[in-house]
Ligand binder design. Sequence first.
Ligand code: FES
Length: 120
Amino acid sequence: MSRRLCRLDEIPDGEGIGFSLDREEADRLADGHLQIFVVRQGGQVFGFANSCPHLSSPLDWIENQFMTADKTRIMCATHGAQFRIEDGHCVSGPCEGEALAPLRVSVRRGAVMLDGTTGA
Ligand code: FES
């Protein structure tokens, strides 16, 4: 069963926001990740574990600051790695070639839903 995260309009377009899951939700829907985030692109959403492939730190050093200044990429605040929004692939920085752990998220009746891991 999916978990409702928020309303779509609670995420500013082009930005991302983070969520904390409880242990049961994390194990069931997010491969054990307790911290996740969702990026909005218009009516579309993209979800990832909030864990940088470089050192497993959260990406948002300042809460909910997940994006580059021009909002075209996800950025890790710790060492500046940049990731594609559509698939979390790291295109520059110390973990170039690696990727964020993707999660299945969707928008249903205006609500952002966490549906599971992409492999589930
Ligand atoms: S921890 Fe993310 S770039 Fe180093």
